[in-house]
Design a protein around this ligand. Structure first.
Ligand code: FES
Length: 126
């Protein structure tokens, strides 16, 4: 069953209508996929050059909050160095979205954790 967008606050609906960086990549520098305890999965794909994130995509079939968190993480990480991106926190994601329903705050943790694991994939391959 498709999730009811109108059950979310207006700030989330705004992000959900145009989730920037949504999609998969066929030839990333590094990538990661994590399944959260709720069953939602997040995938993050990175193109990194000279330790800078040149391109980032995320993919999920999870709830609307998962989608907007993935998009917020991607927007925060895009163009940043890997060191800066490792400093991105779930709180920054929630602040960028102007808040999340309390029962969806873990979606921001899933998105940030997946970004960090994708960066680790890059750093450990070097
Ligand atoms: Fe679990 Fe979104 S509901 S990650």
């Amino acid at each position: 069953m498709e999730e009811d967008l109108t059950s979310y606050p207006e700030n989330i609906i705004k992000f959900a209508k145009d989730p920037k960086h949504f999609g998969r990549m066929t030839d990333p520098t590094s990538a990661a996929c994590i399944k959260g305890p709720c069953g939602d999965e997040m995938e993050v794909y990175l193109v990194i050059s000279d330790r800078v994130i040149k391109n980032i995509k995320f993919y999920t079939k999870g709830c609307i909050a998962t989608v907007v968190c993935g998009s917020a993480v991607a927007q925060l990480a895009s163009g940043r160095s890997v060191d800066e991106a490792l400093g991105i926190s779930p709180k920054q994601v929630i602040d960028m979205l102007n808040g999340l329903p309390e029962d969806r705050c873990h979606c921001s943790i899933l998105a940030v954790s997946t970004l960090h694991r994708a960066i680790a994939d890059y750093l450990l391959k070097k």
